[in-house]
Every structure is written in structure tokens, then in C-alpha cells.
Design a protein around this ligand. Structure first.
Ligand code: BES
Ligand code: MN
Ligand code: ZN
Length: 496
């Protein structure tokens, strides 16, 4: 989709759909007044007599308004003027995207940026709208044999009407790139486990390296991982017929040759049945989403490569399945991780940390500026934070604060949990250096405590995205989170 800007008068700009924000109350804004005059009072009459109140998120579509060169006029309720804030704008952006894509309009022109927010700039507003359009446009129909495209939205270009002194060009570039990243993240996440295997993910990484000259991909197979001593990762993969992969994607943006990399490590369990500690049947299909962390690494790399961000980033994805099998991990098994530390596997369903700990040891070779891992790691995180915030834990407060700030800015929010030594004691094993589970209490924290034992030599943060990476129920599907958060973090870090 194309985005453009326009500064000409709204009452004589031709478009398939003109989008105007309307606050609650009967008074017409200056913009609406101008349009109302051109339409010989039609807009005013329709607002007075109709059901539209201007409540936030409400929409009304007027077809072929009199005297105006637009084929449609979409009025979007913005709520009470004094409550015009960030959450309201999010709601308005969503409603706008939904109502617009329900029409056959191929292009649109939007005036919503003319009402500034107190705490955000027009660039931010444009990015929110573009992201909302991306979500509303998204379809995953590639595996349906029929009617693949029957509901494909018609919209091809979307314009922002701007005041004289407003420039949003960089925001348009960034938002389009983030949308491309979100889309890749969703597509990989939504694919079923029988298609999206560790080798499939590896192929996608190679494809990303072909698509962008700035990304170099390398893949490690099980033999190479064996040589590195990745006994924890390989123990999970032993229960599966699909061979494990360790995927490395290195992005070097302009001028970043001398920079230490930000390393992103994404959990890539292409299906998690739990292994011998098998999961209950209900909802188990959703464990195809246990690779959403890795999908967000793919998506983030695509986004920063498209926007040519001047930064050095390495994406690392340890990928495997977790299945029950005669050769699978058994409760009580003890394995040796690449770090040399031994692990008693008391629950084979706590497999994510077994993959991550070896990947986190592996990434030391990149001499990272910092490491962020992203994982659908614990059901406990859903109990703690629900679907609204990802869990954040880490060994470096400045890094955590930067991620919190990036979450606030992008709307893809995180909430910090404590990584205190008291919790670490729950990992005590009578037979190995540590157990892979710490009991029922504070499951998200003890999982992070486990990872913390492998990340002592660098600045590190962990994102538990179990509650935010996908939606269940009628709207089942990947959300693309935390691509907006990670990309925003990297944009900030690159100083843009
Ligand atoms: N992938 C799951 C975590 C998960 C469960 C994410 C449900 C999203 C929804 C992870 O591998 C797992 O099974 N974790 C266990 C850990 C436990 C055995 C300590 C869990 O959360 O139950
Ligand atoms: Mn599991
Ligand atoms: Zn898992």
C-alpha cells in the first residue's frame, strides 16, 4: 500500500474517501464547517438529524456527498474534546481502519492529524494509523483452497492531510517498514507446525538474506550444535523427527561497521506438545505459536532492513519441536548445556529455556552490546499480565527502562517483574546444577532466573510474550507483537 501527504484544501481534493474526525457535541469544527458549506448544509443536517454522536470509535459513512469531490465522507467519532488522548486515538485509528476497509474505496484522504494530541506528535499519529490499517488489511488465506481473495480490501493508497509546517516523511517510511515486519511475523506465526518446521524457518532466514543485501544468514545443523556442546537444546530435539536448527541472521545498517551488535534471540519451538510431560489436548493447536518469539526476530530484522536503520543487529533463533517419543527427554534426565552447567529436566514441557540457554551461551561470540530474548516461555505470564503487556525481566536496569519507554511509545507495552535472588533458589536440584522448573509459584520469574544463569557476561533483557503474541477464540491469530516494540527500541537506539 502507498502512503502520501497532501496540503491542498479538503473541499476541492478528489478522493474515494475523505476521513474527518468529529468530536462529541453539535458544534461543527472549522474543517467540517468548510465542507458543510461546500455541501450546501448536507453534513450539518445529517449530523443533527442522524444517530451519530461523535463518541470515540463511532463511524458514519456518507455516500456521494453533495458539492464535494469525494465519493465518500467517513466521519469518525473522536469522543469528548478534553479526553482526546493516546488511548482514544488508538481506538479512533482502529475504527477508522475498519470502517474504511469495509468500503470499496481504492484511495483515501485522512484529516485526523489536524487535531494534535498533547503528548504525541503528528508523526506518531501517522504511524498509529498506518499500523491500524496494516492490522485491518491482514489476511491469512494462503492455505484455504477457495475464495482466497474474496474479501481482499480494495484500498491501495492512503493520504494524510497536513498543515503547512508538518513533515511526516520519515514516519511514513518507518511505519511501512514496521508493517512489513509485522506481516512477516504474523505469517510465520500463523503457519501450522507441519509446514513451519525448524528447516522451514531456516529457509525463510536464507530467503531474508537474499532479499536484503544488508542481512547475512548462516544456519547450524545438529552436527555443528553437537560440536559446540549444545546438550540442552539437542535434548529437546531428540524427541522429534524434524532436525533442529540454529539460525543466525546478521544485519549491518549503514555506518554500523564498528558497532557492537544488539543481539535478539527468539524462541523457535515450531510445535510444543510438552514432550513426555504432555500437554492436555484442549487448545493444543495453539502451541504452533510457540515460535512467535522467533517470528518477531524475523519481523524486526525485516523492518529495520526495509527502513535501512543505521544499527548492527544479530538475530539468533534456536528452533526445534517438542514432542513425546521413545527418544525424548524424560522427567529426571540430566543434560549438560553448552555453558557446562548441568540441568535436571523435571518437566519436559519447560523446554523453551533449554533451547534458549544454549543460544544465550552461543551469542557471547558476537561480543554483544546487549542481548534481548523473546519467548512464549510461560503460561504463568498470561496469569500475571493477561494479553495486554509482555513480561519483562533483565539484569540491566537501563536496558529494561529503554524497553519500557519503547513500549509506551509504540503502544506494544511491557511490564517489569522482579529478578531477585530469592526466586532463583526455587531452581535448586539435588542431582544437577539446577532444575529446569521452579515450582508453581512465580513461574515467569523462575523461568527468567533460569535464563539469568546463562547471561551473566552481558547486558540482558527477557521478554515473555506468552500472553501477547497471539489471540485465541473467534479471532484466533498472531498479533505481530512484539515487532512494534523491538523496532521502536532499535529506532531509539539508533538515535532516529
Ligand atoms: N510454550 C509453553 C508456554 C506457554 C503455554 C505459552 C501456554 C503460551 C501459552 C512453555 O514451553 C511451557 O510449556 N511452559 C510451562 C512451564 C512449566 C512446565 C514450568 C508452562 O508454562 O506450563
Ligand atoms: Mn512447553
Ligand atoms: Zn514452549
Amino acid at each position: 500500500m502507498q502512503f502520501f501527504t497532501s496540503r491542498s484544501a479538503l473541499s476541492n481534493t478528489a478522493t474515494d474517501c475523505l476521513i474527518i474526525g468529529v468530536f462529541e457535541g453539535k458544534k461543527l469544527s472549522p474543517v467540517l464547517n468548510e465542507l458543510d458549506k461546500a455541501s450546501q448544509g448536507q453534513i450539518g443536517r445529517s449530523l443533527k438529524g442522524g444517530d451519530f454522536t461523535g463518541a470515540s470509535g463511532e463511524t458514519q459513512l456518507l455516500s456521494a456527498p453533495t458539492g464535494l469531490p469525494c465519493a465518500r465522507l467517513l466521519l469518525v467519532g473522536c469522543g469528548k474534546k478534553k479526553e482526546w488522548d493516546v488511548p482514544t486515538f488508538g481506538k479512533v485509528a482502529k475504527a477508522t481502519a475498519k470502517a474504511l476497509l469495509a468500503t470499496r474505496a481504492e484511495n483515501a484522504l485522512c484529516d485526523l492529524l489536524s487535531q494534535p494530541l498533547k503528548s504525541r506528535d503528528p508523526q506518531w499519529m501517522a504511524r498509529q494509523l498506518i499500523e491500524a490499517l496494516g492490522h485491518a488489511r491482514y489476511r491469512f488465506n494462503q492455505l484455504k483452497s477457495q475464495n482466497k481473495d474474496d474479501k481482499a480490501p480494495a484500498l491501495k493508497s492512503f493520504g494524510f492531510h497536513l498543515g503547512e509546517d508538518v513533515d511526516i516523511e520519515q514516519a511514513l517510511v518507518q511505519a511501512s517498514a514496521i508493517n512489513a515486519g509485522i506481516q512477516l511475523c504474523k505469517d510465520l506465526s500463523n503457519l501450522p507446525g507441519n509446514i513451519c518446521t525448524p528447516s522451514y524457518l531456516a529457509d525463510q532466514a536464507v530467503a531474508l538474506g537474499k532479499q536484503f543485501k544488508t542481512i547475512k544468514t548462516s544456519i547450524l545443523d545438529e552436527k555443528e550444535m553437537e560440536k559446540l556442546g549444545m546438550g540442552a537444546l539437542l535434548s529437546v530435539s531428540r524427541g522429534s523427527r524434524q532436525p533442529a536448527r540454529l539460525i543466525v541472521m546478521e544485519y549491518r545498517g549503514p555506518g554500523s561497521q564498528k558497532d557492537k551488535p544488539v543481539v535478539l534471540v527468539g524462541k523457535g519451538l515450531t510445535f510444543d506438545a510438552g514432550g513426555i510431560s504432555i500437554k492436555p489436548a484442549a487448545g493444543m493447536d495453539e502451541m504452533k505459536y510457540d515460535m512467535c518469539g522467533s517470528a518477531s526476530v524475523f519481523g524486526t530484522l525485516r523492518a529495520i532492513a526495509e527502513m535501512k536503520l543505521p544499527i548492527h543487529v544479530v538475530g539468533v533463533v534456536p528452533s526445534s519441536e517438542n514432542l513425546p517419543d521413545g527418544d525424548a527427554n524424560k522427567p529426571g534426565d540430566i543434560v549438560t548445556s553448552m555453558s557446562g552447567q548441568t540441568i535436571e529436566i523435571l518437566n519436559t514441557d519447560a523446554e523453551g529455556r533449554l533451547l534458549l540457554c544454549d543460544a544465550l551461551t552461543y551469542v557471547k561470540r558476537f561480543d554483544p552490546a546487549e542481548v534481548i530474548d523473546i519467548a512464549t516461555l510461560t503460561g504463568a505470564c498470561i496469569i500475571a499480565l493477561g494479553n495486554h503487556a509482555a513480561g519483562l525481566l533483565g539484569n540491566d536496569e537501563a536496558l529494561c527502562q529503554s524497553l519500557i519507554a519503547a513500549g509506551q511509545q509504540s503502544g506494544d507495552r511491557v511490564w517489569q517483574l522482579p529478578l531477585w535472588p530469592e526466586y532463583d533458589e526455587q531452581l535448586k536440584s539435588n542431582f544437577a546444577d539446577m532444575a529446569n522448573v521452579g515450582g508453581r509459584e512465580a513461574g515467569t520469574v523462575t523461568a527468567a532466573c533460569f535464563l539469568a544463569r546463562y547471561t551473566k557476561e552481558y547486558r540482558w533483557a527477557h521478554l515473555d510474550i506468552a500472553g501477547t503474541a497471539w489471540k485465541s477464540g473467534a479471532d484466533k491469530g498472531a498479533t505481530g507483537r512484539p515487532v512494534p516494540l523491538l523496532t521502536q527500541y532499535l529506532i531509539q537506539r539508533a538515535g532516529q
